[in-house]
Ligand binder design. Sequence first.
Ligand code: DGL
Length: 257
Amino acid sequence: MAAYDGSIGVFDSGVGGISILKGLVRELPHERFVYFGDSANAPYGDKTKEEVQELSRRIVAAMVNNGCKAVVIACNTATSAAAPLLRVTWPQVPIVGVEPALKPATEAPAHDRILVLATRVTLHLDKFQRLARTYGSQSHVISVACSGLADLVETGETDGEAVHAYLERAIGAYRGKVDSVVLGCTHYPFVKKAILDVVGPVPVFDSTQGTARQLHRRLEASGLLAPSDQSGSVIFRSSKNTPEELALYERLYKARL
Ligand code: DGL
């Protein structure tokens, strides 16, 4: 029997995807999840598309070889760069990605000016460009690449001086000037409070719920849902495999978002 038989593999460049994992566990409490954070290679957001594809391919190969029945790419950057390639490589495995929650943001009552925060790679690649074209006619979409912000979250810093100083520099100009914020990187829900301190009290949209519902639908459609008498579980793995790193993963998993 393979190590992760019947589990769902969830991965990100590091700790960010833990924000998605929390929603997956809420939606699917009977499933077994294996979370892999590639913290040794984070951040992905400033790498080339080809580098992100290769890192993602290796992670998914290990998950599938170890018996995962489905995979969640809990990373906007990896979804944008590698989802099509991963789906062609493993057509038999449901592979669910994340995307910036622009659609719900444009459907909200106030949606004239929407601030989208994401990595450089995510904003640059086709997936986001298409989304922005689709929803850009209804709203003014302002996108800001936050290079360096995921690195701060990787250190476990979520509400300290460095995060505030970073955000002030990156998005201080939008204080009081946007109707909502879309978190287009899975690391950013961990700094949501600091983001709102800078831009003001506006609705924030992230990809957690949409991704969880999509995974639920895909498992159901493929007859892969866990039986309701199975108890769910979460295992953390990291390419930066130290006790301190795994303790950070656990801490962020327990954080209130
Ligand atoms: N968490 C990732 C995302 O959603 C990437 C952050 C990074 O490694 O740059 O885009």
